[in-house]
Design a protein around this ligand. Sequence first.
Ligand SMILES: Cc1cc2nc3c(=O)[nH]c(=O)nc-3n(C[C@H](O)[C@H](O)[C@H](O)COP(=O)(O)O)c2cc1C
Length: 130
Amino acid sequence: MERVAKFLKEAGTYYLATVEGDQPRVRPFGTVNIFDGKLYIQTGKVKEVSKQIHANPKAEICAFKDGEWLRVAGTLVEDDRREAKQAMLDAYPSLQGMYSADDNNTEVLYFKDAVATFSSFTKAPETVKF
Ligand SMILES: Cc1cc2nc3c(=O)[nH]c(=O)nc-3n(C[C@H](O)[C@H](O)[C@H](O)COP(=O)(O)O)c2cc1C
């Protein structure tokens, strides 16, 4: 999981795919934090992406860096604990102008039953489960 978080941080931007009915939705994301042994992302409850995850928590992210790409497929689980939100905001001080742990909008979600696959054109894919 640490390798996955490191890759996502170094890539800077990853793309988060959700589903809305039979329509895939994808958008750029950047937040990633390991807290309590789990890999978290952050969003706002007011966003469509959050509503989609609550309707169907299956999601996949993809990032590319230095000739290698990473896909993480799994289920996103909301963690409403204040400390989980604060840990994310502490990792991203730039978010603190827009979000706070008590604003009823900030949402952190962790990956459950995640399958992470590192791929490149030159090596066999490597899979990590967490
Ligand atoms: C580089 C980059 C990183 C972003 N990271 C996040 C993020 O971590 N969390 C988030 O909620 N929005 C993030 N955004 C903004 C979302 O992409 C944007 O709000 C998007 O419209 C949300 O998807 P939705 O319209 O389907 O709700 C980021 C945008 C960019 C350009």
